[in-house]
Design a protein around this ligand. Structure first.
Ligand SMILES: [Zn+2]
Length: 122
């Protein structure tokens, strides 16, 4: 929990924000941080740990997926694969260079994600 976080206050029942109060000991060392409802001033307890938040996010994602009538979609992988197409990266004539990669056929400067009709499987 942190200051400014939106909460549903358990006491006044309003959608409120968290007010933070730091409590210091006699040596001015931070002893405790307390959180209060900005509207009614009720102390708000930290309820959800990070783990619980993750679970809540998963549940929200599940509910959304149910709402959309679909199944949970696996994360999209964006790593190029050998059969992704005729990217210059996967071509036999791709000459990799830290500053300017070139095509061994045309000697043109190319990008790994370029493609052309001269593609050759290595
Ligand atoms: Zn309140």
């Amino acid at each position: 929990m942190r200051a400014g976080e939106k909460i549903a206050c358990p006491r006044c029942g309003e959608r409120s924000v968290v007010k933070e109060k730091k409590i210091f000991d006699d040596d001015f060392a931070l002893k405790e941080v307390k959180y209060y409802c900005a509207l009614c001033g009720a102390e708000v307890q930290e309820k959800t740990s990070d783990h619980q938040k993750n679970t809540a996010a998963e549940q929200a994602s599940k509910r959304l997926s149910e709402l959309l009538g679909g199944e949970t979609v696996a994360k999209v992988r964006l790593k190029p694969e050998a059969d992704d197409g005729h990217f210059c990266l996967h071509c036999k004539n791709y000459v990799k260079h830290p500053f300017a990669s070139r095509c061994a056929l045309s000697m043109r400067e190319i990008e790994a994600t370029d493609s052309c009709t001269e593609f050759e499987t290595p």
